[in-house]
Design a protein around this ligand. Structure first.
Ligand code: ATP
Length: 570
């Protein structure tokens, strides 16, 4: 039965005229109606207390824990059993506690009172329930807020903890930084003292370098400012296994003997041997390598970087190995004096750069053919070649008009110029040598060095000369043009000999201008210059006379050198 039904009956019961009914009827009907009322009270369960519910005060833990629906049920009504208890304890209207059985009206009144009482309690319970709901909602809201706040606080805490950790790290880093700063100060002190040490050592190094240059020059002077090396070419064919007419003593690398076996004019002895003994600064046999030869010259090349003019000549008959000695082959171990000297110059300049030296290099390559100068670095049209003239500058330096003076910075650049010069070089066929060069070729590297820190400068020239063949006219069977070439070559070589002799004898007049060769090489042939002459010898027996001539010419030069060395010792 619904609550609505229960409540609708109660007014009916109260309005029924009791007088028109019998006690029995009333007695029978009354309990039914009471039961119906009680049935309606079943919705009040579960009730844990019959005490009138108090108005909700401050939120209690029990209320918080109860779900809202259950709280509402408690407030709605007690259970049937509870109703009995309630009836037992419920306050009874005054004067209704002991109603006689017939006082049905009174009982009804009592019951109505009770109902009113319950209704008011129900109302207050509902109110209380509503209050609890509101309070619960507030609690939930507060709880959510509290959770939010907790979350926020946790975040703050996390951030603070992170900050704290960072602060810890910062303090570690600060102490590490302080440590580093200390180390830096120590290092700075160390760097300062090292810089002072380096400066001192640079001073010492510079002094050492200048001392080295001086001593090096002294050694070169003691060895002689004009030196002669002899080199014997190996046999080019296997026709002759030995070279009996050239003797090189095993124990002495400065001597060479040409032995000539002549028929005896006396008659008894079949033949006699005539020995021509020569002595030079060094004699290289047929098996000497290019690097062995250069080793002896490298000290002179060093002098060029130190500021001394250096010249190196290769003298000898056609085919004796002059070009091979000066230029050599393409293979590394076949490279001759010019490429090796260039390599050494650039390497040494690189090393000296660390000591504050800056070098500039200018290369030129010229040939003298029939007493005419030709630029070997010329790249224009052959018929557009300008005439080259040797001139002297106001500084008394020799220069050539219209000649290509190429600024070079690397060894490679110089090697390319050498290739170009070779292509330009005049060659002509002769009976002596298919690739015979009929001109003097002069490679010149002008070197300018400056040590700005020390205020020191040096200037020098390195001249490497491959002379034209020196053979006699008859042997080469030269005709007309060849005769003219030969005359010019021999004339200039003779003049070279004369100039060297005049220099060695310290003569007041040196006839440089007698030939283009000596005029051009004037700067590299006197004063503070150092000269080296190679005399190249062909090993073939038929070249005996030419070899003898060459050795005699070289010996004349060498004798002059010995005279100079003796004078130095005094
Ligand atoms: N030391 C050597 N070892 C091996 N081969 C050599 C040596 N010297 C010279 N030759 C060879 O001998 C030949 C002639 O040499 P080279 O051209 O150098 O003579 P040259 O004196 O320059 O002649 P020219 O005056 O006619 O120019 C070349 O084929 C060269 O390779």
């Amino acid at each position: 039965m619904s609550k609505e039904n229960t409540s609708s009956r109660l007014p009916v019961m109260s309005k029924r005229p009791l007088s028109s009914t019998t006690d029995g009827e009333l007695q029978q009907s009354a309990p039914k109606k009471i039961r119906k009322v009680e049935t309606g009270h079943q919705r009040l369960k579960p009730s844990t207390s019959v005490a009138p519910p108090k108005r909700p005060g401050p939120v209690r833990v029990t209320n918080k824990l109860l779900p809202p629906a259950r709280a509402a049920t408690v407030a709605a009504a007690p259970s049937r059993g509870d109703a009995k208890k309630l009836s037992a304890h419920a306050p009874v209207a005054k004067g209704a506690s002991k109603r006689p059985g017939w006082d049905l009206k009174g009982k009804v009144t009592d019951l109505e009172n009770k109902i009113q009482n319950y209704q008011s309690r129900l109302k207050s319970s509902n109110q209380e329930n509503e209050d609890l709901k509101t309070s619960n909602a507030e609690v939930q809201k507060n709880k959510a807020q509290a959770q939010e706040e907790t979350k926020h606080l946790k975040q703050c805490l996390g951030a603070l903890e992170a900050k704290l950790t960072n602060l810890g790290q910062v303090s570690i880093q600060t102490s590490a930084l302080a440590h580093c700063q200390d180390s830096l100060r120590v290092c700075q002190d160390m760097v300062k003292s090292l810089q002072e040490l380096v400066a001192r050592q640079q001073d010492e190094l510079h002094c050492g370098e200048m001392e080295r240059r001086k001593l090096h020059n002294t050694i070169q002077e003691l060895k002689g400012n004009i030196r002669v090396f002899c080199r014997v070419r190996p046999l080019l064919s296997n026709r002759e296994a030995t070279i009996p007419h050239i003797q090189l003593p095993a124990h002495d690398n400065k001597a060479i003997t040409l032995a000539k076996i002549e028929e005896s004019h006396v008659g008894r002895a079949a033949e006699t041997q005539k020995n021509y003994i020569f002595s030079f600064d060094r004699v290289f046999g047929p098996h000497s390598t290019q690097s062995e030869v250069f080793e002896e010259i490298s000290l002179l090349v060093q002098s060029a970087l130190d500021g001394y003019n250096v010249s190196c000549f290769a003298y000898g008959q056609t085919g004796s190995g002059k070009t091979f000695t000066m230029e050599g082959g393409v293979m590394e171990d076949m490279r001759g004096v010019i490429p090796r000297a260039v390599q050494q110059i650039f390497k040494s300049a690189d090393m000296l750069r660390e000591q504050g030296w800056q070098y500039t290099f200018t290369a030129s390559f010229v040939e003298i053919y029939n007493e005419t100068l030709r630029d070997l670095l010329y790249m224009g049209k052959p018929n557009k070649r300008s005439e080259l003239e040797i001139r002297k500058t106001t500084n008394n330096e020799v220069t050539v008009t219209n000649l290509n003076y190429q600024r070079v910075t690397t060894e490679d650049e110089v090697c390319k110029l050498i290739i170009l010069a070779n292509q330009n070089r005049s060659t002509a066929r002769t009976n002596m040598n298919d690739q015979s060069s009929r001109s003097h070729s002069i490679f010149q590297l002008d070197i300018e060095g400056e040590n700005t820190g020390r205020g020191t400068k040096c200037k020098s020239s390195l001249c490497l000369v491959d002379l034209a063949g020196s053979e006699r006219i008859q042997k080469s069977q030269s005709q007309a043009e060849r005769f003219k070439e030969m005359t010019a070559i021999n004339s200039s070589l003779t003049n070279l000999g004369i100039v060297i002799t005049a220099l060695a004898n310290k003569e007041s007049f040196v006839p440089y201008r007698n030939s283009k060769l000596t005029y051009l090489l004037q700067g590299c042939l006197g004063g503070n210059s150092k000269t080296l002459m190679f005399v190249n010898i062909s090993p073939e027996e038929e070249s005996f006379s030419e070899s003898l001539n060459s050795l005699r010419f070289a010996s004349k030069v060498n004798d002059c050198v010995i005279g100079t060395a003796t004078a130095n010792r005094k």
